[in-house]
Structure formats: structure tokens, C-alpha cells
Design a protein around this ligand. Structure first.
Ligand SMILES: Nc1ncnc2c1ncn2[C@@H]1O[C@H](COP(=O)(O)OP(=O)(O)OP(=O)(O)O)[C@@H](O)[C@H]1O
Length: 314
């Protein structure tokens, strides 16, 4: 459905994407996630033929991205808030867009139904909530009845109920046999509907595969707390001396890199150090924690990393 090989794009000094090699599956929802500025929009724009690659190749539906006319008729895209005539109804906006693209007016009813705007379609768009406008944007992308739908941050700025609505819509589109590529800077906004996940950071591919594969990367640890808080340092020494990798969690406990079945060994090591444990809990990092570890935390980190890289290049 989508393949890229060594795809790269630079904007002057900034390398928005570098050496991206991907092979994306044919059906379901594919999530493209990464912090702000990691290159998601650049990739989506390249797939839609809006931005040319600096180097590397890409194919969409078997056609090269350097020749988008060959496939754009089968692809629906939403890259930024689409411009609607605010005083006109959703239906009138869609009808004029369908006419412009030479599509039958019957598509308008179909897409209104798909995005759940039937019944509100005669109201002027200026009265629509952000969530409804996003759904209308998706309706526009669906007008040509595309095999592939590419949506850049459709949940951005929506309230929790709006996010849930869009997620439901994406899941429904995938069930109807379309492939949906959807980007977000927040994994939590889309993870529930994604069959496949692409994680990019700083223009580089960090992960591409099923969500379950990502969960397999979890680092298990056991958190322990001494009976008396003042024994924390002594507990740290006792466990380290026994060969365990130990970190302070910052809340009066220690995190020990270990599997759940090693709990009794940790308990015995503490006892040998003369310390009784108050608690011992096996913890598996959440998908969100793995994502943050992979993507390097927050946007400030990313901005700093980009600045450092630019300085190095200069
Ligand atoms: N037209 C452009 N001119 C110059 N720099 C650009 C251009 N488009 C993107 N960039 C830069 O490329 C990098 C990647 O941007 P991109 O918009 O692709 O990231 P993103 O992951 O979509 O982020 P966001 O979620 O903030 O849109 C950023 O540093 C951005 O400033």
C-alpha cells in the first residue's frame, strides 16, 4: 500500500526526514506517531505529492510518489483544516467540491452518512464544532471513495469526546476495507484503533510494526520499598551488591530491573542486608512510557536535539 526506501527531505539546514524505509500493510488503521516536529507532516505531504523528496523513493498503491497523478484519484487526504464556505451548509460545501472534482452528487449523501453528519448537513458550517468540522474534512477526503485515506492530526485540538468520535470513525472506515494512515503527536489519542504503528523521532524511523510488537519491548521491573524510609540507601547498596540493576523511583521506592518471578530473590537479597520490605510490586511500563522512551520525551528535548545537530553540521 505504501513503501518508501531511504526517503529523505531537507528544508535548508533542517532535515525533516532522513533515510526512511517503510513497508506498510494493506488494511486497517496505521498510526504515524512522533513528537511535534518529528517529520510526520512532511512524510504525509510527500505521500500526497505535495512535497518532493530530496532523496530516496516512495510508492503509494504501487505508483511512485514523484508521479502523484497516477494514484491521487484513489487516495483521500486531509492535511490541514480544510477551507469551507462558513455561511454555506455542509451539504452545499460538499456538493460544490464534488462538482469541482466531477464526482456524482450521490457521493455527498454517502459520505455524510459515513462521517455521521446526516441530520446536521443543512446547517451552516460556521455553527459546527471543531469535531464536526474535522468530520466534514474527512467527508471531503472520502468523496472520491478512496482505497487509502491519509489524515494528518485529525484529533488535534479536539476535546476527549471529539477524539473518541474520530477514533470510532477511523475504526469504521478500516472495517469497510479502506486503509487509513493517521498521524498524531500523542500516541494515546490513536493507539486504541491502530493495527500498525510507525514511530518517528527527529526525522528517523524508530519503530514500524504491530502495536503488540511494541508492547513486547516493555522493560519489566520490580519496585520495592523498605519498611523504614531511612533504610532506602542501605537497601540500594544491598541489592546492588547482590548484582541487581537498581534505580531510585523518586517516591521512596527503588526500581529493580527484574522479571516478576525474580521477586523472591530480591526479597532474600534485602533480608541478607538486614532490611525488611514493606512492599514488592512487579511493574510493566505502559505503551505511553515505551513511546516516551523511544521518542526521547517531550518537544523541548526534540528542539534541543535538532539545535545541537544543526550546530554540529555547521
Ligand atoms: N516548508 C518548510 N520549510 C522549512 N522547514 C520545514 C518545512 N516543513 C517542515 N519543516 C521543518 O521540518 C521539521 C519537521 O516538520 P513536520 O511538520 O514534518 O513535523 P511534524 O512531526 O508533522 O510536526 P507537527 O506535529 O508540529 O506538525 C520541523 O523542524 C519543521 O520546522
Amino acid at each position: 500500500m505504501i513503501t518508501t526506501a531511504g526517503l529523505a527531505r531537507r528544508f535548508g539546514e533542517v532535515t525533516a526526514l532522513e533515510g526512511l524505509t517503510l513497508e506498510l500493510p494493506e488494511a486497517g488503521v496505521i498510526g504515524l506517531v512522533g513528537p511535534n516536529g518529528s517529520g510526520k507532516s512532511t512524510l504525509i505531504r510527500m505521500l500526497l505529492g505535495l512535497v518532493a523528496p530530496t532523496s530516496g523513493t516512495g510508492h503509494v498503491l504501487g505508483e511512485p510518489i514523484t508521479d502523484p497523478e497516477r494514484y491521487l484519484g484513489r487516495v483521500g487526504g486531509l492535511v490541514e483544516n480544510p477551507a469551507f464556505v462558513p455561511g454555506l451548509s455542509a451539504r452545499a460545501n460538499l456538493l460544490s467540491l464534488a462538482r469541482l472534482r466531477g464526482l456524482p452528487p450521490s457521493r455527498v449523501d454517502e459520505v455524510l452518512r459515513t462521517v455521521g453528519l446526516t441530520g446536521r448537513d443543512r446547517e451552516p458550517v460556521k455553527r459546527f464544532s471543531l469535531g464536526m468540522k474535522q468530520r466534514l474534512g474527512i467527508a471531503v477526503a472520502l468523496l472520491p471513495d478512496p482505497e487509502l485515506l491519509v489524515l494528518d492530526e485529525p484529533t488535534n485540538g479536539l476535546d476527549p469526546s471529539g477524539i473518541v468520535e474520530i477514533r470510532g470513525l477511523l475504526a469504521g472506515l478500516a472495517r469497510s476495507g479502506r486503509t487509513v494512515l493517521v498521524s498524531s503527536h500523542l500516541l494515546s489519542e490513536i493507539e486504541a484503533v491502530c493495527d500498525h504503528l510507525v514511530v518517528i523521532r527527529f526525522g528517523h524511523l524508530v519503530y514500524s510494526g504491530p502495536i503488540t510488537g511494541l508492547l513486547g519491548r516493555t522493560r519489566q521491573r520490580i519496585e520495592v520499598a523498605p519498611e523504614h524510609d531511612h533504610d532506602l540507601a542501605a537497601l540500594h547498596s544491598a541489592l546492588s551488591a547482590d548484582g541487581w540493576q537498581v534505580e531510585h523511583t523518586g517516591d521512596g521506592r527503588l526500581g529493580v530491573v527484574a522479571e516478576e518471578h525474580q521477586g523472591p530473590d530480591i526479597n532474600r537479597a534485602a533480608a541478607r542486608g538486614g532490611i525488611t520490605l514493606r512492599s514488592l510490586t512487579a511493574v510493566r511500563s505502559s505503551l505511553e512510557e515505551i513511546f516516551l522512551e523511544m521518542t526521547g520525551g517531550n518537544d523541548q528535548d526534540l528542539t534541543a536535539a535538532r539545535a545541537a545537530a544543526a550546530e554540529k553540521r555547521a
